[in-house]
Design a protein around this ligand. Structure first.
Ligand code: ADP
Ligand code: MG
Length: 604
């Protein structure tokens, strides 16, 4: 894993620069597909700089012509040349900008697609440990920054470099004495400028970070608005947001004060420039009087000289900025290069699958809580074509079983076998067509009902969709929706009721005709009617291996085996009758549920 040293990490300055250089070159190489755009841009860039450079030269020339006994056409030719160079420079500059923007846009699009692809391949543990806001900001902000920063920096660097070289040589050819004089006063102002820039950048970054924190707060509150409302936390959340905003505001004020002071002081800098101009004029007059230089030449020289300082400053600045600009690139590459910790490299895809699942001596802890072992040597068998029901107290490890079977996580020790072969030897796509899960909270995506049922499948006929919906007892209500299967479900399915969403989620699982079907507490958020529907659904799947996590379902009693999972181990196992006779933990669990149920009913 590539790590990017941010700020003052342990790595020292040179190492950091070295890393930045590597990153920079990598970004440049990634621009290869846009080579033609870049080449065009650089050609126009060079043209623009050349054209620009001749304008002061011709300005001086015009002045000399005006001072002499001139011919009109001599004057006109000089003016026309000036005009042509001016036109040429603006045309080239425009083309250069356009081509650069094209290249950057193409680059950014490519990187975003690559990064997104890399992100969705990461193991689930990655998403447990990484903030969604961090991921999306890399996908949006950092990808934009990296292409732009590097391309623009190279653009400015090349432009400034050519310009500085050209101007220096033209200035030297006009008067080496004045050139030396100019170069002497420059380093001082340059140094001061550099110090200011570094400080200002640091402040800007602080402001940005603080703004990101503020936005995170808002995002979290808005996405959990139901909870906020339900707990009457609007005021405290507003206060919290206000406090965050205040921090940002204070940082901003500090930054802007620094900027204001700088602008004030810059006036003084102009004064020094004007003083040096006076010095130049004084010297220049002496040189002109001694006949070494014409007045026009002096004007040309002064025009160059005023630009030169700016250019050299940019040149110094850009070297620093180039290294900073790859910060964003570093962050993007971190994710782009990240190898998923749970790999899906299997190739097996047998034509027939019995759906025999064996958990063998699993030891497992979640990546976010490595010290807490959820399973220690956990074993469980799901017989092919049979129904297994998991019950047990919350936090016992039932959902973890499902997550491991779905290969969301990888157990540290032990193995899960499917038809006798390790789960990871099966092809990823095959596996997720054969082992399909319906979770406790159905997650739908914006789109139509049909889109949601065929999610992840290509070419799925409407007949198959309808058949699955019928089995899931969803067909009837879907037909009653305004546009039937084409009805939009809204963002995260917000336009549907909980039970409806759940049944669509079940249809989505059934349409794949999986050999192993997992239902994780699908009934806990359902009303009685929907619950009965789910029972029927289960009756509709006689040949599949079923793993059902449920407490209340009547069907439990008909299950081939009931497993009580408590504290990450199998506490009890058997059929309903066996376990009831045993009067162990299953019996007590049922009893508690039963009395709960009765009291609830009694209240109605
Ligand atoms: P059940 O489904 O039986 O209620 P779980 O399998 O969800 O229980 O949880 C088992 C244990 O694993 C609990 O102690 C829980 O805190 C922990 N756990 C569950 N999911 C995660 C997760 N994503 N990251 C860290 N710990 C988790
Ligand atoms: Mg659970």
């Amino acid at each position: 894993e590539v790590t990017w040293p941010d700020g003052n990490g342990e790595s020292n300055g040179t190492e950091k620069k070295q890393k930045a250089r590597v990153l920079f070159m990598r970004v440049i190489r990634l621009y290869r597909p846009d080579f033609l755009f870049m080449l065009g841009a650089f050609i126009f860039l060079a043209l623009a700089v050349l054209c620009e450079m001749f304008i002061p030269f011709y300005t001086g020339k015009v002045i000399d012509i005006l001072q002499s006994q001139y011919q009109w056409n001599e004057f006109l030719v000089a003016i026309v040349f000036m005009g042509l160079f001016s036109l040429g420079s603006s045309f080239s500059a425009g083309s250069r900008g356009g081509l650069f923007m094209c290249a950057i846009a193409r680059f950014t699009k490519r990187i975003k697609v690559q990064l997104f692809g890399a992100l969705v391949r990461q193991e689930i543990g990655f998403f447990d440990t990484t903030k969604t806001g961090d991921i999306t900001s890399r996908l949006t902000i950092d990808t934009n920054l990296m292409g732009r920063a590097v391309a623009l920096n190279v653009n400015v660097l090349v432009r400034t470099f050519i310009r500085t070289l050209g101007m220096l040589s033209l200035m030297l050819s006009l008067s080496w004495k004045l050139t030396v004089l100019t170069l002497m006063e420059m380093p001082l102002t340059g140094l001061a400028q550099n110090m200011y820039d570094t400080y200002y950048q640091k402040l800007s970054k602080e402001v940005q970070d603080s703004m990101a924190r503020t936005n995170d707060t808002a995002e979290e509150v808005l996405s959990g608005i139901r909870t906020v409302r339900g707990f009457n936390a609007e005021r405290s959340e507003s206060r919290h947001y206000g406090a965050r905003l205040m921090d940002t505001h204070n940082l901003k004020t500090h930054r802007d004060t620094v900027r204001a002071v700088y602008l004030l002081v810059r006036r003084v800098k102009y004064l020094s420039i004007h003083l040096s101009l006076v010095a130049m004029l004084y010297y220049g007059r002496l040189i002109i009087q001694s006949g070494q230089m014409s007045t026009g030449n002096l004007v040309s020289f002064l025009l160059y000289q005023s630009d030169l300082a700016d250019n050299i400053r940019t040149l110094i600045y850009i070297f620093g900025d180039m290294l900073n600009s790859v910060g964003a690139a570093g962050k993007v590459f971190d994710y782009l290069d990240r190898e998923p910790k749970v790999k899906t490299k299997g190739t097996l895809k047998p034509d027939t699958l019995k759906g025999h699942v064996q958990f063998q001596n699993l030891t497992f802890s979640y990546p976010t809580q490595a010290e807490h072992q959820v399973f220690k040597s956990f074993s469980l068998e799901l017989k092919p074509g049979k129904m297994t029901v998991l019950v047990g107290p919350s936090g016992g490890g039932k959902t973890t079983c499902v997550s491991l079977l779905e290969r969301f996580y990888q157990a540290q020790q032990g193995e899960i076998l499917l038809d006798g072969l390790p789960l990871q030897s099966y092809q990823h796509k095959y596996l997720h067509n054969q082992i399909v899960m319906v979770g406790q909270e159905p997650v739908l995506f914006s789109g139509s009902v049909k889109d949601n049922i065929t999610y992840g499948l290509e070419n799925c006929s409407l007949e198959r969709v309808q058949e699955a919906a019928r089995k899931a007892n969803a067909h009837e209500f879907i037909c009653q929706l305004e546009k039937g299967y084409d009805t939009d479900v809204g963002e995260r399915g917000s336009l549907l009721a909980g039970g409806q969403k759940q049944r669509i989620a079940i249809a989505r699982a059934l349409v794949r005709e999986p050999q192993v079907l997992i239902l994780d507490e699908v009934t806990s958020s359902l009303d009685m009617e929907s619950e009965n529907m789910v029972q029927q659904t289960l009756a509709n799947c006689p040949n599949q291996t079923l793993l059902v996590i449920a407490h209340r379902l009547k069907t439990i009693e008909r299950a081939d085996q009931i497993v009580v999972i408590d504290g990450g181990t199998v506490a009890e196992r058997g059929t309903h009758e066996e376990l009831m006779d045993k009067k162990g933990s299953y019996y007590r669990l049922r009893e508690r549920l039963f009395t709960d149920h009765n009291t609830t009913q009694g209240q109605h």
